[in-house]
Design a protein around this ligand. Sequence first.
Ligand code: CTP
Ligand code: MG
Length: 225
Amino acid sequence: PRVAVIVVAAGSGTRLGAEAPKAFVGIDGHSILRHCLRGVFAGPAAQVVIVAPAGREGDALTDAETVGPRELVTVVTGGATRQASVAAGLSAVWADVEVVLVHDAARALTPPDVFARVIDAVDATGWGILPVLPVVDTIKRVDGVEVVAGVDRSELAAAQTPQGFRREVLDAAYASAPAEFTDDAALVAASGHRIGTVAGSERSFKITTAADLERARLLVAGVPD
Ligand code: CTP
Ligand code: MG
């Protein structure tokens, strides 16, 4: 395939506070990772690189095999930071791949059409592309307890994944990454590349806290698979 999706699933889930690493926590009968992969496989054809916690590589493969073709799946072991995990995933991308998407396993309910939108926008522009939502809260800049300034909400967007890049752009940005960044778009922007946006989805929220997991449970309840 000409596209690869790197699904980073190697985090421990400190803020969720479950027994298992976050990707293997159940939403219903199925794990966060399995739900995520079901969405990935329902999108455009791609190599799927799963970045798993050390020791859970086999469990990741088992989740993948139940929702997609084994021959498209590669599993690698993650690193200490998200950025290190993405780098591990990048090193396993097949030679013929031209466009790479990086996706958080924790965004388990991301709809398949988001993947298609990101790929189309990368192809059309050559830019890095991320899905965004408008910011709904009124945002304040603060210094300790004091409000320093308001922020014009119309200039802001909330970043989601999957974030897509031309393969050589992402490879080069990771090869020379000067620091840790919280997302791949910031890392690629730091190497001088332009970044654009497409519409994200409310369903692409990241499962971070117990309240997020509860929201995911309500959304999948009663939806058969
Ligand atoms: N991730 C990863 N490797 C790491 C850290 C994070 O692959 N060393 C992945 C997570 O598995 C997750 C995504 O990056 O799918 C976004 O990270 P986050 O939501 O912060 O997950 P965790 O780091 O696991 O959670 P926490 O920060 O609460 O510990
Ligand atoms: Mg984290």
